[in-house]
Design a protein around this ligand. Structure first.
Ligand SMILES: Cc1cc2nc3c(=O)[nH]c(=O)nc-3n(C[C@H](O)[C@H](O)[C@H](O)COP(=O)(O)O)c2cc1C
Length: 174
């Protein structure tokens, strides 16, 4: 699939997934796209735990309490290292987001669906509980969770504002 088609096809999916598995070959391809993302000073502080063990998937789904996780065939858990990399500055959030967008596009390009789960992890120590379950070392943070699989229901990207309301040449507001 062409990159621009993947950009258009990507959408946040929160429905059920079919029982079709996501082969490891595809999972590796998807996460490799995340690894290819830019990162500040090429420090590559984002890492990924790819979960396809059914028991672990069930345990993570129980922690998130998000129905989209209940039928996910795999999950990509994005882990950041908030250490400063440029003076006192950390770019961990930005680096992670860049990787996640690549992952979302790769997921769409291969015909799978997913959703960026973030806020829910920051409540009730869910990120910490998932980190503990997956053996994430002290000091690193579970930041984003991507449940994925084949969508059981149709879905589409939410409407975006027209170009002219969000972008201009040479001067803000046109
Ligand atoms: C930083 C960020 C955090 C997000 N957190 C969540 C989340 O916690 N739960 C969720 O269901 N969707 C989350 N989303 C997905 C957005 O809700 C979604 O991208 C937005 O509604 C637009 O829909 P679209 O992805 O179909 O274009 C998040 C997206 C971003 C970029």
């Amino acid at each position: 699939m062409d990159l621009f088609e993947a950009v258009e096809r990507r959408y946040s999916y929160r429905g059920d997934f079919t029982a079709d598995p996501v082969p490891r070959e595809d999972l590796e391809k998807i996460v490799q796209a995340g690894i290819r993302a830019p990162s500040a000073l090429n420090e590559q502080v984002t890492s990924f735990v790819i979960v396809d063990d059914p028991e672990l998937l069930g345990q993570i789904a129980a922690i998130t309490e998000k129905s989209v996780c209940n039928t996910a065939q795999a999950m990509i858990v994005c882990v950041t290292d908030p250490k400063p990399v440029f003076g006192e500055l950390s770019f961990a959030t930005e680096d992670c987001a860049a990787s996640v967008e690549n992952i979302l596009l790769a997921t769409a390009a291969l015909g799978y669906a997913t959703v960026w789960l973030d806020g829910v992890l920051r409540r009730d120590n869910r990120a910490g509980r998932i980190a503990q379950l997956l053996g994430v070392p002290e000091g690193k943070q579970v930041r984003i969770l991507l449940p994925l699989g084949v969508a059981a229901e149709p879905g589409r990207q939410k409407e975006k504002l027209p170009f002219a309301r969000r972008a201009w040449f040479n001067r803000y507001g046109g």
